[in-house]
Every structure is written in C-alpha cells, then in structure tokens.
Design a protein. Structure first.
Length: 483
C-alpha cells in the first residue's frame, strides 16, 4: 500500500529539506537528482511540493493531502514555537506516500498519530533536533545514507513502512515511555438493509462463544443460521424481536461473516449473470463447485461438463420445479439446493423475482382517491361497493382499538341493532373479518414494487396460495411479472 515514508523539516540554513526517507531515493530534491546513482527511480521531486509539505505557520496542525506525479502525499505539519530554536520555531512533517487512486481514509488516523508521536519526542526530549547535530549522521540524498546505528528517525520510518505494508499494524518502542502503536482500519461500506424474507448463510465460522457471549441476540439466533431459515422464521424460532434479529444479522454482514440468500422454493426462478463467463473459465471454481454440490451417495465429484450444462439451462422463464423435472437424470447424484446456493454466493447466478401489479378497477383510481383521500395509490387499487364496506369496517375497528378495547368485538356496535341477517352477513362473521383484513393487507402490495417473497412472509401464505388469491378476481385484473 505505502510507497514511501519521509521526514522533512524547515532547516534554518538549508530551508525545507528531506532529512530521512524510506526507501532511499524515493524522494529527491532538484539539486540532488543528478548527483547520486540510485537503483530505483524516484517517486517525487521534493522541490515541487516543499511549499505544501512545510506550509506557513497558520496552516500547520491540520491534515494535508497532495496529489502529484500519480502519487498522493499525506501529512500533518507540526510547528513548535519555543525560544530555544533558531527563529523561535521548529517546523517539521512526517509524510506517507501512496498511489493516487488508493483510498487514503484508512491512513488518515495513522498520519495524525505518527505526527503526534514525533511531536512528543521533540517536546519531551528534544530528540529530533538533537539528532541533527550527531557527527556521523547522513541526510537523505547524501552519499552513504543512511548511516548505520546513528539516530532513530530513519529506523522509525523504515519500521513504519515495512510493518504497515506487511501486517497493517506496528508497535515501535523507543523507550519505556515512547511507544508508537498503529493499526490500519479498513473502511467498510455500510451493509445492506436486512429484510424479513432474507436468508442469512454463514460463510465463515464465528469466533468461539466465549468471545461473543455479551451479544444476547447472537446467542439466541446462532443455532438457527443454517442457510434455510429466513430472518422472520429465525426471530420466531429464537423467540427474539424481529428488529433485534435484523440488527444482529446486519452486524454479521458488516464483518463478512454471512451472505444473504433468497428463500429457496421450487417456484423460484434463477438465471446466470454476466459473471458466468468468469466461472466457466476458472478451473479452480469448477472443481470447487463439483465437490460442493456432490451428494454423499456419489462416489466422485460431479463432472465439469454436467455442472456447466445445468447452469446454462437456467433461464428467466423456467421455474426451479420445471428445471428439476427436465434434468432429473443429471441431478441424481447432485444437491440442487447447493447447486443454486453456490451460484448465488459466487455471484454468477441471480434470482428472478415475481411482482404483482393491479391495473383495473370497477371504480376509476382518481375517483377512488377522492372518496378515500387517506389511501395511497397502491392501497387505492381497486375500489368497489364491497371495498366501501371493508373501508368502513377497518375504520371502526381502528377507532375501537384506540378507545381502549384490547380486542374489538366481531361486529361494529351500529350493526348490532340490525336484523339477524345483517349480523350473520359479511360484516358479522369472524372468518369474513379475517379474510377482509387479509385482502386489505394484500392490496397494499399490488403496486409492482414488492416481490412475492415479501408478500408471502407478510401474509404467512405460500406463493401458490397468494397467486390463487390474486387471480381470484377480488382485486380486479392483476398482472404478475418477473424482473
């Protein structure tokens, strides 16, 4: 990651100068570039950026980032004011050099902490200035640099460069008091939102339980993260609030411990993505897939030709059920769930979701919205005389709950005075009330924006039953489409 590290300061006689650097020859000054023969080509010319590396006093004590010659220089200039220094100031900078396109955020805190450490060395012990007066000290660019066993700054820079590139962290001890500890933290993007119909699959083993016993939610749900249960099901099995389960799974996503899959069922549709070409050209992935999808009964891994042919046969209009029936012989010694899961995890297989859209109604949508101004367009599809009754029924039940009833009666009070036929009609029956509530719930998903997996989890019905209900005519004309 790091290309070079260098220490520069404003010298009373030489002006802005690079005193130490690692590796040698990475930073040159114009007066030196022809005087030395260095094996590796230089990265930067210090003369071009010296005014920024050693800026005016007013611009010190804050981060800087400079891009030049395809590289980015990160620094934090320090200016210490004291009468013991020439010109009453000691101004220096410790800079990290990396490629311009690399994200500099993981190094920002490391640069700040390194600058604070060097400042402490100078303010407490005067070490930086004292080292410049050492007799055998060589400056960067001079013949014989670096001088062995003279000073500690070059050793600090060299250790920083090797440890941060090799391990992402370092611990450099100067004495019992001055110790520099750095660790680069990777900047991770926020994980995606976890939905109730997502299926979490552990792709890495969790640490030993002793290391996460403080996470009570993870303790409860850990045994249910099997790549089969969706988040809603996990919450029910573990008897944990859904919101807490989503938060725990999102935490595992942040640390790349789980992958989110779709609910596996035989009405699902899968199709290869553009990355399928990469899979076919990777022998290691083909061999890994063959071992992963083979059943215990098979004597040897499934051959590569069979796997590629099966993946090619998946298409946007073919359900998994029809796919299994069409390739029953080839799937005899193969785990179909693992075949699909492997493709989704590796990214060369994607799920084609079904969506529902209501497009017709007995009452025009604009008129429906005028009658029910509180209804959204998606929930205003479609309206009829029966829908009016449902709307009134929903309104009185909401009012009954808000008035303090824990459970509202099976019929509105105003209908109790009517004849028995009304009482036992569409409003009075408990089962009818449940069916109307189910229809109202389904109606909110008929805007073409909710996949059927979400709908099935919300109404606790299988996809087949949901489709039967949507095509029954009670919602008008409903189109089912894939995308």
């Amino acid at each position: 990651m790091l290309k070079a590290v260098f220490y520069a300061r404003f010298h009373p006689e030489r002006g802005p100068s690079v005193i130490h650097q690692a590796p040698n020859g990475s930073i040159v000054q114009r007066t030196q570039e022809h005087s030395l023969s260095i094996d590796k080509p230089s990265l930067l010319n210090f003369s071009d950026i010296s005014a920024y590396i050693i800026p005016p006093y007013e611009l010190c004590d804050q981060s800087l980032s400079i891009c030049t010659n395809g590289y980015r220089v990160l620094g934090f200039p320090i200016s210490i004011e004291d009468a013991k220094y020439d010109r009453n100031r000691f101004t220096f900078n410790v800079c990290f050099v990396l490629d311009e396109e690399i994200d500099p955020r993981p190094l920002d805190q490391a640069v700040r902490k390194t600058a604070a450490f060097f400042r402490s060395l100078e303010e407490d012990n005067g070490l930086l200035q004292a080292e410049e007066s050492l007799e055998k000290l060589k400056w960067a660019g001079e013949e014989g640099y670096p001088a062995e066993d003279v000073g500690i700054v070059h050793y600090l820079l060299e250790s920083l460069l090797e440890d941060l590139n090799g391990y992402g962290e370092t611990c450099i001890r100067i004495d019992d008091v001055n110790i520099l500890n750095l660790r680069l933290t990777e900047q991770r993007l926020p994980p995606p939102k976890v939905r109730a119909w997502d299926v979490p699959l552990l792709i890495r083993s969790l640490p030993s339980p002793e290391e996460w016993t403080w996470d009570l939610t993870l303790q409860r749900i850990h045994s249910h993260l099997n790549g089969v249960n969706h988040v809603q099901r996990i919450a029910e099995l573990a008897d944990v609030e859904l919101r807490l389960v989503k938060r725990a799974v999102r935490e595992l996503l942040f640390y790349d411990l789980v992958k989110l899959l779709d609910i596996y069922h035989y009405q699902a549709i899968y199709t290869p993505s553009a990355d399928f070409t990469y899979f076919m050209n990777s022998q290691s992935m083909l061999d890994e897939c063959g071992q992963y999808v083979s059943t215990e009964a098979s004597q040897q891994p499934v051959d590569v030709e069979t796997i590629v042919d099966l993946y090619r046969s998946l298409s946007p209009g073919l359900t998994l059920r029809d796919f299994v029936l069409a390739h029953e012989t080839k799937l005899k010694h193969l785990d179909i769930r693992r075949l699909i899961t492997y493709g989704v995890i590796k990214g060369f297989l994607r799920r084609v979701h079904k969506y529902a859209l209501a497009i017709s109604s007995n009452i025009p949508q604009s008129q429906s919205l005028l009658r029910f101004p509180d209804a959204s367009p998606s929930k205003g599809l479609p309206r009829s005389n029966e829908d009016v009754v449902k709307e009134l029924d929903r309104a009185w039940r909401k009012a009954a709950l808000s008035s303090g009833w824990s459970t509202p009666p099976s019929e509105p009070p105003q209908t109790a005075s009517h004849d028995e036929n009304t009482t036992h009609g569409s409003v009075g029956s408990t089962e009818d009330v449940k069916q109307r509530e189910l229809d109202e719930k389904l109606r909110g998903f008929l805007d073409g924006m909710h996949c059927l997996d979400e709908v099935c989890i919300a109404v606790r019905m299988s996809e087949r039953k949901v489709l039967e209900r949507l095509r029954s005519g009670r919602f008008g004309e409903v189109i089912i489409f894939n995308k």
